[in-house]
Design a binder for this molecule. Sequence first.
Ligand code: M6R
Length: 613
Amino acid sequence: MCGIVGYTGKRCCVSTLLEGLRRLEYRGYDSAGLAVVENQGLTTVKNTGKVEALKDRSAERWPDFERCEGYTGIAHTRWATHGAPSEINAHPHLDDSGKFAVVHNGIIDNYLELREHLRGQGCEFKSDTDTEVLSHLIAKCYQGDLLHAVAAALNKVKGTFGLAVVCSEHPDKIVIARRGSPIVIGVGNDETLVASDISAIASYTKRVIFLDDDDMALITPGSIEIRNIENVPVSREIAQIDWDVSAAEKNGYEHFMLKEIFEQPQAVENTIRGRLDKSAATAVLNGLNLEPREMAMINRIVIAACGTSMNAGLVGEYFFEDIAGIPTDVEQAAEFRYRNPIIEPNTMVLAVSQSGETADTLAAVREAKNKGAIVAGLNNVVGSTIARETGRGIYLHAGPEIGVASTKAFTCQVSALLMMAVLFGRGRRMNRTDGENLINEIQQVPNLIQQVLDRAPEIEKIAIKYAKAEDFFFIGRGCMYPTALEGALKLKEISYIHAEGYHAAELKHGPIALLEEKVPVVALANNIPGRDKVLANIQECAARKSPVIATATDGDADIASLVQDVIWIPECSRFVAPVPTVVALQLLSYYIARERGCEIDQPRNLAKSVTVE
Ligand code: M6R
């Protein structure tokens, strides 16, 4: 969602702040701004729209970014929650004296009450945001010590925050704090950076400190003092990050999404590398930190996740039940904490999240821990909050996913869930031969994906043919049902076409009323159990004149005569089929969106990681 960058050091900060914001652009935002501490006080520049526009605006103030007189500054990209996207509502927000500037991610729940109180004390509010109460509160609490002022202000606040504050009286200081919204410190040589996301600072330093909830820090170019909100010093370790900055560049692809689709053979290879033990016909997932005896005692799995990660979890549900015989439920993470879920001592809650920062999934983790579950994370971002709070789990190692539409995370999540099901299955009812077969199949996944990618030009032609449709249905059965959900999610988020994923059997319980010649149906009819029934569903669609695009297994002689278009998928078992099939659906969505001229990497209204409820 919103992004924060801060810098204090020996270099002029403007270009570092703008470059940091540029690297955060992928998170989705509607306006941006920065505040720089200069000799004469704070200078702020804000703009709606792109970081490039903010750069142009900043150049009016600082014609040469490398020669400005500001060595400390904070910057922000905003995704509107309170108040429309506008220059006034863009961060940083200042107090009335213009001495304090604040950038903030999260939501201040009691801002209305605080605003009334502060208005009563003479404060003038310029924006509609919840954040502005923070700058006024800090100014009111200030008695010469910036850290104390921020701590005192935060003690009056209810809600979530990741924030950074500068003050014109302290030209080499930034105060940061976090509760529910990530903040990381980058430790450089004679310079210190802060950000809400490693990608903003990884090109400057690989040494980082992750703040925990209710941590605050006072940073200067050469020092970092961390305290909790009660003003007690706390120590946090410096972690060395393994982050390839070039992985967060487009490398010649037109969009990050396309690059990430094409990266999937390598990404899945990275997910499975070193985790398949052929000799024991099982998977090795040491990060779960479970002894075989503990694993055998797990009698229920609850997967909590949102969006694409939830769709991956729904595929995983089939794996755990079918392969390992463990009853599994998939919960929308947003629902999990409020509906008093039943968690028994041997229930494992698995939090699936690419970013590891999704607010609802994190809340589910905390609720599950409170209820005594064994809680594990399936995350991509190393050191993310969910990964740290679960303390056990599986990293995807998919590399940074920049496109807002999740692609490689899904295929890596499904691959990881399949390995996990094999591991649990082998500890229970699965025999060695079945284990070996599954291991062999998992090893084939990168190659299966590559075969689909090689067929991208054929998928592109089909996409162009249907790009003008305004409604789509995606249908499937078994593991292909959540695959259909994911196909529909991809299409709607990047092309703005109304798309619904349905279980193929559900179609006739209502949605069939919408079928007609202008409504294409994508039917997942791969040659796996359930295929014949999907063929019957295809006939139902055809009878309503809906054009049908089918995914089908290479060599399926019957399908071509039943449908308008076929996307061919290499032969594979029902367990791995969701992966190459979803890759084809990603490409279909991508080419449709491109044909419609959509902003593929930053779709309207969407943010990469949803860190508010
Ligand atoms: O980072 P997470 O996996 O927890 O994110 C969950 C969803 O917000 C995310 O998958 C979202 O649905 C994507 N835009 C899907 O492409």
